[in-house]
Design a binder for this molecule. Structure first.
Ligand code: AMP
Length: 280
């Protein structure tokens, strides 16, 4: 695997590869790689002659400085995992390479970045859009792979690609889960053994919500049931539970034939913020 920390040598290398008309698949990550990330690398390998992964913990998308400081960083282990998975190229720049001056650019995605994650993490999606734009310009891939785990992020990137006319095909890959159902996340390693057991409340709540909606309950009723469930367990806190339409993420009160429904949830176990979702 070729490893680059700087933009110009990476671009020169990729230009050479493109001359050989090899299709390029790109998997942007923040590292602390797990099977969820590796499933994206595998998907890219199937569809492309060359796969590049980036590892960059992007300060611009953290609205909480302690979360940024405590974000797990495991570069040596990540390199090992990428090698074993057959990734061809790794781009792992430092902050000065990605932000040579402080950026003043702000993105506004209308309702898409005001609801759910956008509401609870102001500025987060602007930071995501900024770094993904930079990475797309640097790497110029044919296809880019993202996880359904961050579904709202995927919708934002879809909009970014559409509006800025990036010539890149996006793929949204299924959520990889632990055997008990917890969505894999880099942040899971920050959970104590006790907290790790409690973290399953998010996926359990999504499944319970699905059942209650199927029985004809409204989101208002369901939310109360799930709120009580969280209140009855210590160390966990619910931030939001929403039913939304996949097409534009507009919040919904009921499942109907007119929408393509998805449930999204977020909250805390101790200090660790977790998100999950379920397509209905
Ligand atoms: P991150 O390193 O958290 O920024 O994630 C990098 C990419 O991996 C994003 O597109 C995520 O949606 C995706 N990802 C994270 N967790 C999972 C998972 N459990 N299953 C599938 N993809 C995931």
């Amino acid at each position: 695997m070729e490893i680059f920390k700087e933009i110009e040598p990476l671009k020169a290398f990729l230009r050479q590869q493109k001359i050989a008309t090899r299709s390029l698949g790109f998997v942007p990550t923040m590292g602390a790689l797990h099977q969820g990330h590796l499933s994206l690398i595998k998907a890219s390998r199937v569809e492309n002659a060359l796969t590049i992964c980036s590892i960059y913990v992007n300060p611009a998308q953290f609205n909480n400085l302690s979360d940024l400081a405590k974000y797990p960083r495991t570069l040596d282990q990540d390199i090992e995992r990428l090698r074993k998975t057959g990734c061809d190229v790794l781009f792992c720049p430092d902050n000065s390479e990605m932000y040579s001056s402080e950026s003043q650019i702000k993105f506004d995605f209308g309702i898409l970045d005001k609801v759910m994650e956008g509401r609870y993490r102001p500025g987060h999606f602007s930071g995501v859009a900024l770094v993904v734009s930079k990475l797309f310009h640097i790497v110029s891939p044919d296809k880019a792979y993202f996880g359904q785990k961050d579904f709202q992020q995927f919708k934002i990137i879809e909009k970014l690609v559409e509006e800025l006319k990036f010539d890149i095909t996006l793929r949204c890959m299924p959520i990889e889960r632990e055997p008990d159902g917890l969505a894999m996340s880099s942040r899971n390693v920050r959970l104590s053994a006790e907290q790790r057991k409690k973290a399953i409340i998010f996926y359990d709540s999504l499944k319970e919500t699905r059942e209650l909606l199927e029985k004809g309950n409204s989101m208002q009723n369901v939310r109360q049931v799930i709120k009580n469930k969280f209140e009855n367990s210590n160390e966990v806190r619910l931030e939001y539970l929403e039913l939304a339409d996949v097409s534009n993420l507009s919040p919904q009160e009921n499942v109907s034939d007119k929408i393509n429904p998805i449930l999204l949830i977020a909250g805390y176990v101790g200090e660790v913020r977790l998100i999950d979702n379920l397509l209905l």
